[in-house]
Design a protein around this ligand. Structure first.
Ligand code: ZN
Length: 602
């Protein structure tokens, strides 16, 4: 940890303070605008008389009122996250959320009606030049709407949402948050929460890691009945809704939301599975470095020696801006504005939220970066990551609000790319071979977690959803067998998961909250690895095309955007290129370890 003063952001260009009267005035104006919008446009969109001019006016009005609604909400969210113990900030957040829900009830008709515009009418007006900026949004909404039910049916689903699947998902969160994991350390029995016990898997002492793993397994057993029941129920509900909405496969609705063809996702998944040997190769090396012959699942996150010393924030800023500047001076200039204009909150506070994020407000307002800076090399990467998001938002600001955000599989492009630039810079600047090896290994492990682990989870989900559909309600043991089989595949014989690991699917939030969400992580990371490989081959020739990709925001599908860069994401070789870069890093770690005598022989 460093003792310097860390930056706090300046939110005054949103509102003056938590009690600024303008906040409530804006919130109330938003609500009135939403009511007016509904009065003016409801019933006029899905109509034979619809004209391009009328649809354009409605879209612009819709956008303007969404943008106005985002300002108070964003302020409340940002301000709350730096001090969650302040009651006034909490109350403001709750208030803006409630207002915002009230606003959305007046807007639900709009997307539904876009989907219901009669085909002949849509074909008549959709090619009008004035609608061309909205064509992608309209086409997308119509694709989604093809799976909508009737308006009264949809209304029932909206009104009962909090007592169906969402209620079960929340119950899973609450059960897991309340779960306690007793562990005996130094002769004392401690009751750990889930996040506290998971941290112990990173402990340098193998005995602590082993005990933590046993405590996790025992703790998960306590709630396994209720968590299995919840998961069965969610899979069944999805089966029913997929049938009613005519989604052919369990994954289809996710692919549609991600604007990806299912065949492309299958290719990504197959290529990853074909590269599991890279994971096994790395863990064999890790076993040798740690001097452990029988690597177990609780050794996965064991730390390496040679962790770097604390990096002051000013130094992190220099590192990031230098790395960005080497790519292109404009990238560094865009990122520098975040520092000079106080758009970054990096300070530490007792009641500050954990983690990091970049908040995009609207195309007309700059983004903000939130993080907790503790001086670790990892924090420098986080700063780069969030600034990558920030620069993406700045570049995409030429799009209208409805096309501002990229779809999920593209959302991590700029952030991951920025991390790679800074990672290479940081690795190049380190002189101590032990520190270099530790940094390289932590990067390799992070990449495994994002790529191969997510794909293994995706394959588990695919099998779990199908098994529930074919076999009816499943036992904990049945889910656990699927989990174990899919997770072990990635490690081969390099590391043994052990029987006690079989139930560890029980606490994974993503598979409960958003089915099939996980593959987007692997897609995004491999995509960036492949882009980075292009950059290394083409140098400055790549830069302009990369900026163009980011500037497009969410205005086109991933396949179209990447096709414009000359990349064919249906081609296995494209994805293999990303996997090859991961393998190259493992090779680099192998040579570093051999050269520095890091391998412990016992
Ligand atoms: Zn991110």
């Amino acid at each position: 940890m460093t003792s310097e003063t860390l930056p706090c952001w300046d939110l005054s260009d949103l509102y003056a303070a938590v009690d600024d009267p303008k906040i409530l005035a804006d919130v109330e104006a938003s609500q009135q605008r939403a009511i007016d919008f509904e009065t003016q446009y409801k019933g006029t969109i899905a109509a034979d008389s619809l004209t391009a001019t009328h649809l354009l006016q409605a879209l612009q009005a819709y956008e303007a009122l969404l943008a106005a609604d985002y300002l108070p909400q964003s302020y409340a969210q940002l301000h709350y996250s730096t001090d969650t113990a302040d009651a006034a900030r909490g109350a403001l957040l709750q208030r803006t959320r409630e207002f915002s829900s009230a606003v959305s009830t007046h807007l639900v008709f709009f997307d539904l009606e876009i989907g219901q515009i009669p085909l002949a009418v849509y074909e008549r007006i959709a090619d009008a030049a004035m609608l061309s900026p909205y064509r992608h949004y309209l086409d997308r909404e119509r694709l989604m709407a093809a799976h909508s039910l009737s308006e009264p049916e949809e209304r029932i689903l909206v009104e009962t949402a909090n007592s169906r699947g969402r209620a079960f998902a929340r119950l899973a969160t609450e059960v897991n948050t309340r779960a306690r994991f007793p562990i005996s350390l130094d002769g004392q029995v401690l009751e750990k929460s889930q996040s506290e016990i998971l941290v112990l898997l990173y402990d340098a002492d193998r005995d602590v890691r082993r005990k933590a793993a046993a405590a996790i397994s025992a703790g998960l057993q306590v709630n396994s009945h209720v968590c299995t029941y919840i998961y069965n129920t969610l899979l069944h509900e999805k089966d029913v809704l997929d049938r009613l909405r005519h989604y052919a496969q369990p994954e289809t609705s996710r692919h549609l939301a991600n604007e990806l063809d299912g065949a492309i996702v299958d290719t990504v998944s197959d290529v990853c599975a074909a590269n599991f040997a890279t994971v096994a190769r790395y863990y064999r090396l890790k076993g040798k470095i740690l001097g452990i012959d029988d690597l177990m699942h609780y050794d996965r996150y064991a730390p390496m020696r040679g962790q770097a010393s604390a990096i002051p924030f000013a130094e992190a800023r220099r590192l990031v801006l230098d790395a960005f500047g080497d790519f292109h001076p404009e990238l560094a200039q865009m990122a520098d504005r975040f520092f000079t204009n106080n758009w970054i909150d990096a300070a530490l506070g007792a009641a500050k939220q954990g983690g990091a994020y970049c908040a995009a407000v609207t195309p007309d307002h700059h983004p903000y970066v939130f993080m907790n800076y503790t001086g670790k090399p990892r924090d420098v990467m986080t700063l780069a990551h969030e600034l990558g998001h920030g620069v993406h938002d700045v570049l995409a600001a030429n799009n209208h609000l409805l096309d501002y955000h990229p779809v999920l599989p593209m959302a991590e492009t700029a952030s991951t790319f920025a991390e790679m630039l800074v990672f290479d810079r940081l690795l190049g600047e380190l002189t101590d071979p032990g520190e270099k090896l530790a940094l390289l290994c932590s990067k390799v492990e992070d990449t495994f977690a994002t790529v191969f682990r997510q794909i293994s989870m995706y394959r588990f989900e695919q099998q779990a959803h199908r098994a529930r559909r074919d076999e009816g309600e499943l036992s904990t043991e049945r889910f656990s067998a699927l989990w174990q089989q899919n997770m072990q595949a990635m490690f081969g014989d390099s590391l043994r998961l052990g029987e006690e690991h079989a139930d560890w699917w029980l606490y994974i939030p993503h598979i409960v909250d958003v089915p099939f969400y996980v593959y987007a992580y692997a897609f995004g990371e491999l995509l960036v690895l492949a882009l980075y490989a292009r950059y290394q081959q083409e140098g400055q020739g790549f830069v302009e095309r990369y900026f163009r990709l980011l500037s497009a925001g969410g205005s086109r599908t991933p396949a179209d955007l990447l096709g414009e860069l000359g990349l064919d994401i249906t081609d296995r070789a494209f994805w293999q290129g990303g996997c090859d870069l991961i393998a190259a890093r493992v090779s680099a770690a192998e040579s570093l370890a051999a050269g520095t005598g890091a391998i412990t022989s016992r």
